[in-house]
Design a protein around this ligand. Structure first.
Ligand SMILES: [Zn+2]
Length: 437
């Protein structure tokens, strides 16, 4: 029996749920999960009207009630780090990597990021949009309702703006000013990553390329069709990419113009970027396979999230970062797919989470927080990652009863239903059997 036979209700209540609000207070993971069981989530229009215990509610028949029979109701999942707008694959490079060739050597020989830049620049807008929509649709099927999408495969003004416009258009309908229709896809939040690599045409003149990125920052922080093309600015800080000094110039300019700031830091070595990003009040430092205690202390003080990217350390066969060390030092941890065609061809946030638990020692009970509330904080998303009265009703219903399952399972979990802004956008038919019982 399907849960719901309607495309959309103006108002409905999920009753007899194990509601995992991810909005609790306290030191223990359990407290922070904010579990209410048996609970109710009342959805009114696009928002959560209220959430509470079944015993606190009485329904008079004016509201449609849906009995979810003890199943988990969670916030829609949030992927805080992706490079989803790209063309082409790099399967042959992956094969070379698995045979022992170093990732940085592949880049020096014209492969790596620059290869995807060439393929993406050569791809027309409709083809890129179709690929993006297809990737987002796959993520939705895993319960993801908000995805951070970076540019970074354009590396000139026109191309970077084009990629950001595409990233926006899937949820904001602004592609070339024309409506592209309402899609049942996750919401996106976009990040300028003009400083992803130095393009070949600027190989002898880094300074000039950094100046070009500063112009990109200017452009995205202005308004186009009444909106900004990006909410955040990111820089790839690494000895083969951008220095801490170059990143500081770019991020300071972005911050001054009202963009959120974050960075790829410490993927191959610790060159000191995390302290700088934290001192600037950055929302996240991502990767952190190599990071000092001093940097973690600065991140904890500033509330800068660590975003762990298991798809990348697995693909590059690197040692995982230590999530427990980060959490002991007071750094909140999020997990993302880092979906990209080179170092992390991973589009499944729940698999990434399962790997973060196994490789980085992320506590399984707290794991769900890393792909909900902490992920939303890590990408600066508003009204996402928690079930809270007055916030957007982005929800997932699972054929499971214990939130520990999100850290325990390694793939195979799919939501029974997904609700975005109060609208029932995905629902699986079938029986009610649990995977684990
Ligand atoms: Zn990345």
């Amino acid at each position: 029996m399907p849960l719901c036979n309607f495309d959309q209700y103006p108002s409905f209540a999920l009753v007899n749920a194990c509601v995992v609000t991810c909005d609790g207070e306290g030191d223990s993971p359990r407290d922070r999960l904010g579990i209410i069981a048996p609970g109710v989530v009342l959805v009114q229009g696009e928002k959560v009207g209220c959430v509470g215990k079944v015993s606190d509610f009485s329904f008079d028949g004016s509201i449609q009630t849906i009995d979810v029979q003890g199943r988990l109701v969670t916030p829609g999942l949030v992927d805080p780090h992706t490079h989803l707008v790209f063309a082409g694959s790099r399967m042959d490079e992956f094969q070379a990597k698995m045979r022992g060739v170093d990732y940085r050597k592949i880049g020096q020989e014209g492969g790596g990021i620059m290869r995807t830049v060439r393929a993406t620049r050569g791809s027309d807008e409709i083809a890129l949009l179709k690929r993006l929509e297809s990737r987002l649709a796959r993520m939705l099927r895993r319960g993801v309702t908000l995805v951070e999408v970076k540019s970074g495969y354009g590396l000139n003004i026109g191309e970077e703006m084009r990629l950001l416009r595409l990233g926006k258009s899937v949820s904001e309908k602004v592609l070339d000013g024309n409506e592209v229709g309402v899609k049942q896809l996750p919401r996106t939040t976009t990040t300028l990553l003009g400083a992803h690599a130095i393009p070949q045409e600027y190989a002898g003149n880094r300074e000039e390329y950094v100046n070009l990125v500063l112009k990109m920052v200017d452009l995205v922080s202005g308004h186009e069709n009444g909106m900004r093309l990006a909410e955040a600015c990111d820089v790839y800080i690494e000895s083969h990419a951008f220095s801490v000094g170059e990143a500081k110039r770019i991020l300071e300019s972005a911050k001054k113009r009202g963009l959120l700031v974050r960075a790829h830091v410490g993927q191959f070595e610790d060159i000191g970027g995390a302290e700088m990003v934290a001192e600037m009040g950055g929302i996240s430092c991502d990767h952190l396979e190599h990071v000092s205690d001093k940097a973690l202390g600065a991140m904890a003080a500033a509330g800068t999230r660590a975003v762990l990217l298991p798809g990348a350390w697995r693909t590059l066969r690197q040692q995982a970062p230590d999530a427990q060390r980060m959490q002991r030092m007071g750094v909140e941890v999020a997990v993302g797919t880092d979906a990209n065609p080179g170092t992390s061809p991973c589009f499944d946030l729940l698999v990434a989470l399962g790997l973060a638990v196994r490789d980085a020692g992320l506590d399984p009970e707290a794991a769900l927080l890393a792909i909900t509330r902490e992920a939303a904080e890590a990408c600066g998303a508003q009204q996402a990652g928690r079930i809270r009265a007055g916030w957007r009703a982005d929800l997932a219903i699972w054929d499971e009863v214990d939130p520990l399952v999100f850290g325990y399972a390694l793939g195979g979990l799919e939501p029974r239903a997904v609700i975005i802004a109060g609208k029932w956008v995905l629902e699986h038919d079938g029986d009610w059997s649990l995977i684990f019982q």
